[in-house]
Design a binder for this molecule. Structure first.
Ligand code: CU
Length: 441
């Protein structure tokens, strides 16, 4: 009797996510809200998930299903896309492709079967240039079946905002200036909605720092000088070989997971997290080490990529599809961003077979930046400017620089229609999007 009671008690106390296969349920309500920036004495009107900027960090375990009930309380239609997740196509959140827009006052339930652990994020895929910029985005963490024994698991969602002196968000989106350049770069950078926040740690601690670039257009080159660390995952997937963080370019959409060990003798020190992408480096945040006796550093090896795409598969393979990226006249804004001179939705689309390796070449014929993102897949960079340049990890978003040409290898693993687009929202809104249809043989 006592034993049975104990089992019932244990079951009641265990978190739902610990039960294999059980559903986690949560709710996201896109709605208007307000956010406090430190520059103003008053609140800035934003659009938010559940009244929070950024939206809540959702956590669920790999192998489970996360059910997200979205209740649209905005005055316009929206959707939620789960950046980087390989899920059922119908759950991908792209209006006009995988679902109808969620109209004001309507609901949509996303059922996300979580295949692999990693760092992902969510945001609207409709009027994205405006909806993301007004604050609609959040992080989704898929946890390993067995949690890694890091001392702290920290999420840093990078974003930037274009704010006016009166404390409001600059209300003109996809302007001529944004379209002629690399989209909308803000004048205020935040981490988790805060300006230059400080993360407090203890000597000896081992920190998993998940950095996500959720900005509309700004590109970051993060640096945390002085701290021993390695990149253990890129775009939500473990890398095949750990490598240093410096010089990793974080385009909108990209994520890195860092494994940072706080040195035993670092008590009382402050380390700066800087962005070095633009000409003048600037501080985005700080890591402050308590002046305390060191903790014992957890000893373990983070996982390395299983099922990594071997580059040899692609060696003899001709390029399956080439997309030329450039500006054209026309489209909704008079300036269109095109793939093979065509604008979404009359795009030059692709058809791939399930499980059959393909090579895609992006040629940037423009002098602007185009971080190209493919939904529902990960890929490996194989060549840059005609030279072999095989990366030690896979991605779902790759920056194609001015006049640059990049070849990627990909094995379609999920049936459906998956969009591929520039993650500079203004470029995508101006037409730089296509779709890939993945069919069975
Ligand atoms: Cu672009």
């Amino acid at each position: 009797m006592f034993k049975r009671l104990l089992i019932i008690l244990l079951l009641l106390c265990s978190p739902i996510s610990a039960l294999a296969g059980a559903d986690n349920k949560t709710q996201l309500t896109p709605k208007e809200g307000a956010h406090q920036f430190p520059f103003f004495d008053y609140l800035t009107p934003v659009w938010s998930y559940n009244g929070q900027v950024p939206g809540p960090t959702l956590r669920a375990r790999a192998g489970t299903t996360l059910v997200v009930d979205v209740n649209n309380q905005l005055k316009e239609a929206t959707s939620v896309h789960w950046h980087g997740l390989r899920i059922d196509n119908a759950m991908d959140g792209v209006p006009g492709v995988t679902q109808e827009p969620i109209k004001p006052g309507e609901r949509f339930t996303y059922r996300l079967r979580l295949e692999e652990a990693g760092t992902f994020w969510y945001h609207p895929h409709l009027n994205a240039g405006e909806q993301l910029e007004r604050g609609l985005k959040g992080v989704l963490i898929v946890e390993e079946q067995e949690k890694l024994p890091f001392s702290q698991d920290v999420v840093w969602l990078l974003d930037d905002w274009r704010l006016r002196k009166d404390g409001t968000i600059y209300p003109y989106f996809n302007t001529r200036h944004d379209l002629m350049h690399d989209g909308r770069w803000g004048n205020a950078i935040t981490i988790n909605g805060k300006v230059k926040p400080t993360l407090t740690v203890t000597p000896g601690e081992r920190i998993r720092l998940r950095i996500i670039n959720g900005a509309n257009a700004r590109i970051f080159a993060g640096s945390l000088a002085g701290l021993p660390m390695q990149v253990i995952a890129v775009d939500g997937r473990p890398v095949s070989t750990f490598f240093p963080f410096d010089h990793f370019i974080l385009s909108p959409g990209n994520r890195v997971d860092l494994d940072i060990t706080i040195p035993d003798d670092a008590g009382g020190r402050i380390f700066q997290f800087e962005d070095r992408f633009t000409r003048r480096p600037h501080v985005l945040g700080k890591i402050k080490v308590r002046d305390e006796k060191p903790h014992k550093t957890p000893q373990f090896a983070p996982p390395k990529a299983k099922g990594f795409i071997p580059a040899e598969i692609f060696e003899e393979l001709p390029v399956t599809k080439t997309w030329d990226l450039n500006a054209v006249r026309g489209g909704r804004f008079g300036i269109g961003w095109a793939m093979n001179r065509r604008l979404w939705p009359t795009a030059d689309k692709a058809d791939f077979k399930l499980g059959k390796p393909v090579k895609i070449r992006f040629i940037n014929s423009s002098s602007r930046l185009h971080p190209m993102h493919i939904h529902g897949a990960f890929f490996r960079v194989l060549e840059v400017n005609g030279q072999p340049d095989v990366e030690l990890f896979t991605r779902d978003t790759v920056l194609v620089g001015p006049r640059e040409s990049i070849v990627i290898g990909l094995i379609p693993e999920h049936e459906g229609i998956w969009v591929a687009h520039c993650h500079i929202q203004s470029h995508a809104d101006a037409g730089m999007m296509t779709s890939i249809k993945v069919d069975k043989k």
